[in-house]
Design a protein around this ligand. Structure first.
Ligand code: NAP
Length: 279
């Protein structure tokens, strides 16, 4: 089975429309989203623009605030402080990657947890640890939405996540644990990766290397969610060898997989943050 992210995104879109209608009935203002972009990383710019475009489609007042690549951590933090106290701003994000001289952790910690769009503030990650999924990072949540939409059993299943970052692997492990899966989190120092993937019912790969996951690493009738985004000769590909794996397992394509769901979930989070911020 091909796990089509566009179909799942459409499903999340229904919730976006419903919540936006409720918001418009209750309040005479629009939800306001600001994302801070430091420098001009081309991939990050394309991603930020597509997010903004999607939000505006539903009536969100969304804007990219462009900051110079030479901005200091202190000045970036001051800007976040400004947005935190601004009652007219409901949701904030900082586009990644940040230039090397910026202290990412200090920046992320500064975002008001209620306005945190991508659930990266340690307070929100802590909530996730305790089972509260009100501010969850969008990419891991998109993986779960894909699996739930296609009714893939999570309870009691063995899951292998190849990524241990704060953006993908760690929060995703919590989401799976909250759903009674048994999780193995792998990374660049993991021994015998094949052995672990072959034992798994579900594999999530987010390494950033084309054809990293190949068919002899995947068990017959298992499920693969490909989070990777790589550009080869101006073509976007994932981390899994789609052609061969799709013959033996269910798999999400790239493009048209997790990314489409992520964008819609971010839009939904902005509306939810606006509800909470106003209340
Ligand atoms: P990252 O920070 O570079 O992390 C890559 C992860 O893969 C790390 O945990 C790393 O292990 C692990 N890894 C690298 N080489 C490995 C190997 N040989 N064996 C096992 N594990 C290995 O990248 P990221 O920001 O998490 O993103 C990963 C991919 O997902 C990228 O392609 C990115 O574009 C994509 N992505 C997609 C979305 C979406 O919405 N679709 C969102 C975010 C990211 P160590 O921790 O040991 O270094």
């Amino acid at each position: 089975m091909i796990l089509d992210g566009k179909v799942v995104a459409k499903n999340v879109e229904e919730t976006v429309k419903m919540r936006m209608e409720e918001f418009n009935k209750k309040y005479s203002i629009k939800p306001v989203f600001k994302t801070l972009m430091v420098g001009n990383d081309p991939a990050s710019e394309i991603y930020a623009r597509s997010k903004i475009k999607n939000m505006r489609k539903f009536g969100i007042d969304a804007e990219i605030i462009q900051m110079d690549s030479s901005i200091s951590t202190e000045d970036l933090i001051s800007k976040i402080d400004e947005l935190n106290v601004d009652k007219n701003v409901h949701s904030i994000m900082v586009e990644m990657p940040l230039p090397k001289h910026i202290d990412r952790e200090r920046v992320i910690r500064k975002i008001d947890p209620v306005k945190d769009t991508d659930g990266q503030n340690p307070f929100n990650l802590g909530l996730l640890l305790s089972g509260d999924e009100s501010h969850v990072p969008s990419t891991p949540m998109a993986v779960i939405k894909m699996l739930e939409y296609y009714k893939i059993e999570l309870k009691g299943t063995d899951v292998c996540i190849i990524n241990r970052t704060q953006v993908v692997g760690k929060p995703l492990a919590m989401l799976f644990l909250n759903r009674d899966s048994t999780v193995t989190v792998c990374h660049s120092k993991t021994k015998d990766l094949n052995e672990k993937t072959l034992k798994s019912d579900i594999i999530v790969v987010a390494v950033g290397k084309p054809k990293f996951l190949i068919d002899n690493m995947v068990r017959e009738n298992s499920t693969v969610i490909d989070v990777g985004i790589n550009s080869i000769d101006n073509k976007i590909v994932g981390d899994a060898d789609f052609e061969s794996i799709s013959k033996k397992a269910s798999i999400s394509p790239v493009p048209g997989g997790v990314g489409a769901v992520t964008t819609m979930l971010i839009t939904l989070q902005v509306i939810e943050n606006a509800f909470r911020e106003i209340q």
